[in-house]
Structures are given as C-alpha cells and as structure tokens.
Design a protein around this ligand. Structure first.
Ligand code: NDP
Length: 478
C-alpha cells in the first residue's frame, strides 16, 4: 500500500514515531494509503529547516523567487490529470470537478502570487516636505499554513503561495483526511529543484501536528482555514504569543432570491451553489430565502431539478455529486437531516444515503422546508448537500434572517433591481456578496468572513500584506 511521506528540508522523511494513519477512499470506504502520524518532533525538524532556509529565500530577488514558483505552477499543470485523480480518490469529489476547478486553481494560485510580487509596491508619506516616511514590507519568517479537506490542493496552495512569494518559508499541514495532493506537491517541488527547506509539509492529525505548528515559538504567523471551533482553539494558543493570525472559518450562507430575479439563472446557479462539491464548500448557500410571490414556482422547479442530479462514482463524467469526505462526516450530515425533521422540517427531496454500489459515503442532495430561521438546522453549519427553503415578504425581513446567524462568510442575492441589489449588499453582514452570480473568484479581491466566519482577509494585496510586516522608516529632509 502506498505510503505518503513528510517533506522536510527537501527530503522525503518518515515520521519520527514511524507510526502511520489510514487514509480512506470515501467512494469505496476502503483504506488505500497510509499517511505519517507525525507529531511535535517532526514539526520541530520542519521549523528548523524552514528557519535555516529563510535568510537565503527572503533575500532572493523577486524575479528569482517568482521563477521558482512559476516552475512549480508549470509542473502542477503538467501533472493535472494525475493530481485530479488523486484529489477525487482522496476526497470523493467528481473527477471532472477536480480537473476543471481544483487543480487549475492550484496552478493559478502559484502563478498569481509569483507574478503579483513583480508588481507590488509600498507607500511613502511626505510629512509637509519636512520628513519622508516610507513603508518597508518585510517577510516575517516561518509561516504556519493549515488547511482543510474540502478543497485540498486549492486551499493549501492559496496559503502557501502568498506566504512563499512574500519571502517567508513555510511549514504546512494539509488535512489528514485528504493528504494526497499535498504529497504530490512535495514531489513536484523535488522535481523542479525548489530550494530545500523553503516549503516543508508535515502530515498528520490536527491535534498533534496542527497544534504543534500553532504552539511553536519560532512560527510567528499562522494562516488557518477550517472549522470555527478549531479556529477558536488556534486563536487561544496564538493570541498570548502575539502571533499574526488569519482565520478563514465556517459559514451558513444565505441565498436570497427576490421575485424580480431572472428565475432561470437563479435556479441554475442555485443548484450549483447548494450542491457543488457535495455542498462541502465554505461558500455554498445553505439557507435559501425565496420571496413569497415566486416561492411555490421556484420550489417546485428547484426540487424537480435536484431530483435529477446524479449521485455516484466520482470517476463518472455524468455525476453531479460524488461521495462526502468521510464516514464521520457522512454520519454528521445524516444526523442533521434527522434533526431537521425533529425540528418540524419537511424533506422535499433527498434525505437518505445513496447505494452507489461502491460501499462509500454518498448522500442524496436534500431540500427541506418548514423550519424556523432560529432552529439549529438553520443556525449550524452542516457542510453537506442539504439546503433549507424559507419564504419571505420584505427586504427588512430577509435581511434579519440572512444576518441572524453567528456566521458571516458569503451571501448571494438574486434581483434585477439594481438599486435594491446595492442596498441589500450594503446591509448584509458577510465578507463576500455575490449579486446574480456565485463563486466568481477574482484572485485580486479580498476574501474572508466576519463574525464567527473568521478574522482577516486573504487574496490579492491583502494576502501579501498579511504575510509581511510593515515597517515605517522616517527620514528628515533637512
Ligand atoms: P477542521 O477545523 O477540522 O480542520 C482544518 C485543519 O486544521 C485540518 O488540517 C485539521 O487537521 C487541522 N486541525 C484540527 N485541529 C487542530 C488544532 N487543534 N490545531 C491546529 N490545527 C488543527 O476543518 P475541516 O477540515 O473539517 O474543514 C471544514 C471546515 O472548514 C468547515 O467549517 C468549512 O466551513 C471551513 N472552511 C472555511 C473556508 C473559508 O475560506 N472560510 C474554506 C473552506 C473550508 P485534521 O484534518 O487532522 O483534523
């Protein structure tokens, strides 16, 4: 059986403990590879390597750093098919989705930040002609990057690329549930001669490896994407150590559909925003608010389309939904569907596991109505193929519903009334608002959430600023 290895100081290494964890294929429910059960000892070695590599990496010219990163990007593109296959096997997502979105985006992340640094600049403040203040933006040191399982390589590279481009070295941990594409990335670094010790990848459990990275005194900056509870744990550790912290956390995103919308577009996109990647995208709209004038028509048509969505073998080109990522997650999603029924919800379609003939963890796309906006189903993140429908009458009412959770990541608004779109967007308590579209991602834009959805922003200059420390230098002119 294939064994994944850590990548420390440019070497493929066994965990110090020599212990391994099972890695499952969620479509078959079978163990198909083993991953290092690393711990603080491996993290210590990785940090040591990253620290040693920092002076040379941070003093390379921008062009040199950029070129190293572009070499990685090129090789990711060349190995697209293999990476997509690995991602689909590891995560359960449809192969076509990994080929079309996940892996190309990993290439784009590297390309984007590799070239962004060539165009970066910092500020100068002229103090009344008497003094000049200029801002140096300097790399910080060893950055800790911790990512989740839902978009494995996509989110792993979304952190690593700006950290490296800014001149930091990195100790990174992919989710233990989906480690394979990160392992292939370490092979790619090896193939292209990426400088040793600059990117170190340590595999294993969050409670061991993730916490060891967070607690390490020589890691002054942490970028984390994952669940809100894990984010709290990390913040508790990082805050008293005064670490720089970016937290991209959970969501419970509203999808607001006004009765003056373009119904065809809203329907088509809502199928995607509800169920893409089995609903396991932090940006999926899980609470659909539909204005009463079109509620019945929209609901009928939406449910008809959802019933037609094929769930099954992630390798098949015609499946819309593959397997959900793990057995515990499968059970969690099904328990929320049961909870929704207990809370008085009516399951309009779906709600059950799918026998895809593969022994894996498949769930029907599920649509529920009849719940209150304050019930647990509508307040807690399910992170699976489950959406709720609720009618509303007025703008004020729907804003209260939309803003009425502890989360604030993204929202979607469907209306053909331009001024209403602006008005609603301005009043939504989320870091991202899509109007008449969903998941359009321009890598230059600020990305992140408010409230329990996180602290800080990624993307574009925001990411480059996060991974650097601004220093003001003041010089008199006379
Ligand atoms: P988790 O919070 O469980 O895990 C995220 C990462 O943190 C994993 O690598 C995990 O390791 C690690 N980890 C776990 N415990 C600790 C710890 N104590 N210290 C440090 N690291 C730790 O999230 P999931 O992997 O379950 O991902 C799903 C969540 O991610 C959802 O809530 C989703 O909304 C959110 N998410 C947010 C996004 C955003 O941009 N806002 C984007 C995508 C997802 P291990 O795998 O071993 O547990």
């Amino acid at each position: 059986m294939q064994r994944i290895l850590n990548y420390i100081n440019g070497q493929f290494t066994e965990p110090e403990s020599r212990a391994y964890l099972d890695n499952y294929n969620p479509a078959t429910g079978e163990v198909y590879s083993l991953i290092p059960d690393s711990d603080a000892a491996d993290v210590a070695l990785a940090v040591q390597a990253a620290k040693a590599a920092f002076p040379s990496w941070s003093s390379l010219s921008r062009e040199e750093r950029s070129q190293h990163m572009l070499n990685v990007a090129k090789r990711i593109s060349e190995r697209l098919d293999e990476l997509a296959e690995a991602e689909s096997t590891d995560n359960g997502k449809p192969l076509w989705l990994a080929k079309k979105v996940d892996i190309p985006r990993a290439t784009d992340n590297f390309k984007f930040f590799a070239t962004a640094i060539l165009h970066d600049s910092s500020e100068l403040h002229d103090t009344d002609g008497l003094y000049l203040n200029y801002t140096l933006r300097q790399p910080i040191g060893v950055a800790g990057c911790i990512s989740p399982w839902n978009l494995p390589l996509y989110l792993f590279t979304w952190k690593i690329a700006p950290a490296l481009a800014s001149g930091n070295t990195v100790v990174a941990k992919p989710s233990e549930i989906t480690p394979m594409s990160a392992y292939l990335l370490s092979q790619i670094c090896d193939e292209v001669g990426f400088p040793k010790g600059v990117l170190n990848i340590v595999h294993g459990l969050g409670a061991k490896v993730g916490s060891a990275i967070t607690e390490h005194p020589e890691v002054p900056i942490i970028s984390f994407t994952g669940g809100t509870e894990t984010g709290k744990t990390i913040a508790r550790t990082a805050a008293p150590m005064f670490k720089k912290l970016s937290l991209e956390l959970g969501g419970k995103n509203p999808n607001i559909i006004f009765d003056d919308c373009d119904m065809e577009n809203a329907l088509k996109t809502s199928l995607n925003s509800s169920f893409a990647n089995q609903g396991q995208i932090c940006l999926c709209g899980s609470r659909m608010y539909i204005q009463r004038g079109i509620y019945n028509e929209f609901k009928t048509r939406f449910v008809e389309e959802v019933k037609r969505m094929k769930v099954g073998n992630p390798q098949s080109p015609d499946v819309k939904l593959g397997a959900v990522v793990s057995k515990p997650h499968f059970e969690k999603i099904l328990s929320y569907i049961e909870l929704a029924k207990e809370e008085g919800g009516t399951v309009l379609c779906g709600g059950k596991p799918v026998e895809a003939g593969m022994n894996g963890w498949f769930i029907e796309p599920t649509v529920i109505e009849g719940l209150t906006e304050t019930c647990r189903t509508n307040q807690e993140e399910i992170f699976g193929p489950v959406v709720t429908l609720q009618p509303f009458d007025t703008e004020e009412e729907v804003l209260a519903y939309a803003n009425g959770t502890k989360y604030g990541l993204a929202s979607t608004v469907w209306t053909n009334d331009l001024t209403k779109a602006h008005r609603i967007a301005a009043h939504l308590h989320t870091g991202i608002v899509w109007v008449n579209c969903w998941l359009v991602r321009d890598l230059r834009t600020p990305f992140g959430g408010v409230k329990n959805s996180g602290v800080g922003r990624e993307g574009g200059w925001e990411a480059l600023r996060f991974f650097t420390e601004p220093k003001n230098v003041c010089i008199p002119l006379s």
